[in-house]
Design a protein around this ligand. Structure first.
Ligand SMILES: [Zn+2]
Length: 220
């Protein structure tokens, strides 16, 4: 099974529970006798890492074996990347249990895979816009959120929940286009066009607060 390590908790005297996000959602796996070991094994079970693993077929499964596919440990000297990783992990932690994990898993893994390769703000922007879907939030991007007009959409309003037409919006806002591309496109993150990610993340930050009821506490 392939998965992303989201968090770990101490369990009993010498063990830990590692929470891994997979196509099955976020589940805890016991790792017996690992606590306090500052060895390679413990280091590879770090938040943000992608692993292949096997586990026991039991009510509360234990991790049997694992291989690290991608380590995001190297990001520890880059504050932006750490913050992006923190937000992505918090969002996954907060996903509804019945979200369509199987459908979303590959996209989420690609996001964690690319976090060190490209602008981390690009990964985060696209990740957050895509994750609105499992939260059951769909920004209205195809018609004006105030009057319903389907043409001349030129702006995005956080308060009104989506696009605004040229009659309802006082100024042109370039970011609407990117909300739409990132929300609907099925292309890999690497293939999607760039925009002003800091500005977009400011909108996304407010949008999450109002519509997902989640404070991302982004340091932009
Ligand atoms: Zn309008």
């Amino acid at each position: 099974m392939r998965g992303i390590i989201i968090k770990s908790l101490d369990y009993k005297e010498k063990s830990k529970i590692v929470f891994i996000y997979t196509i099955l959602g976020l589940k805890g796996y016991k790792v017996i006798g690992i606590k306090g070991k500052k060895n390679v094994v413990a280091g590879n079970l770090t938040t943000g890492n992608i692993i292949d693993f096997t586990y026991t077929d039991s009510q509360f499964p234990s991790l049997v074996e694992f291989d690290t596919i991608k380590s995001n440990l190297d990001c520890s000297n880059n504050f932006d990347t750490i913050d992006v990783l923190r937000v992505m992990v918090e969002v996954i932690n907060y996903l509804p249990e019945d979200a369509p994990h199987k459908l979303m898993y590959q996209f989420i893994e690609d996001a964690f895979m690319n976090i060190l390769n490209i602008n981390p703000y690009k990964v985060l922007s696209i990740f957050l816009i895509k994750m609105l879907y499992p939260f059951g939030v769909s920004p209205n991007l195809k018609s004006c959120s105030k009057c319903g007009k389907k043409t001349d959409l030129i702006g995005f309003s956080i308060v009104d929940g989506g696009a605004l037409c040229n009659n309802c919006c006082s100024g042109y806002n370039d970011l609407l286009k990117y909300w739409s591309i990132y929300y609907y496109s099925k292309d890999n993150i690497l293939k999607l066009d760039d925009c002003n990610f800091k500005e977009l993340l400011k909108e996304i930050n407010k949008y999450y607060l109002i519509n997902v009821h989640m404070n991302l506490k982004l340091h932009l």
